[in-house]
Write a protein that binds this ligand. Sequence first.
Ligand code: GLV
Length: 310
Amino acid sequence: MYSYLEQELQSRFNLFKLWQQPPSKIPEFLKSNQRTIKAVVSNARVGADAQLIDSLPNLEIVASFSVGFDKIDLKRCEEKGIRVTNTPDVLTDDVADLGIALILAVLRKICPCDGFVRSGKWKDGDFGIVTFPCFLLQFSSKPVGIVGLGRIGSAIAKRAQAFGCSISYHSRTQKPLKHYKYYDNIVDLAKNCSILVVACSLTDETRHIVNREVIDALGPRGILINVGRGAHVDEPELVSALLEGRLAGAGLDVYEDEPEVPDPLLRLDNVLLLPHVGSDTVETCNSMADLVLANLEAHFNSRPLPTPVI
Ligand SMILES: O=CC(=O)O
């Protein structure tokens, strides 16, 4: 729970701190407060499943401190007339910035370079020659493919364009954008770019959208960046492609089973691993918290919700 959000929730509402309960005590805690609780504040990692929703008979709204709502059972909420809100827009720039940071860090091996200096090995010879005879790759002018040209995908495209990259994308529908090439097939997109960035939302259609065929189309000089959801990528396929040299590298902020990260990835230095921190800056988290609060206040004052999902 983000501390500013906790503080504000505490001062404006009757706050039940479910996250402070040990897992074994949660059912009992919910049962003893089930009549009183009218709102659930959640996030991308926890969501709100059918079990939680069903255990709160007076639930009116689920307000998520996240743009993604793939872990919220929307169908159940819809059936029960429960409103759902998220925090779009305010986090777009941060996630896009982090996408670019991942690209640069993987291509330029920024973390291994940092480790090289700290270890004192520089005194024995230069980094590129001694440690990695293989490659350090340039970002500027590389073809970038984006999966999902929504708010975040578009912001990544804009940034990559400023690096002189050509932009192509795959999404459900073609956008009226002359300068970006559209592929209606993700395999063709992967074949025609060097850096594939996953930035779409997670749905039944996009689960494992990056599979073996896509990874092989990207190829041994290709880089995969994921700032969407772990489940967009078939993780075992990604791991074997990296181990077998069928993919040059990856920059990941998200994983299928967070906070679990496949063990082999931890030992690869062509992979950069972040702990799902795409929107984690103070400025953005404060704005996200304000949006959660604004949605709750609007709901309980019978005003239109600022950012409704349903
Ligand atoms: O993953 C983060 C979010 O959905 O906001």
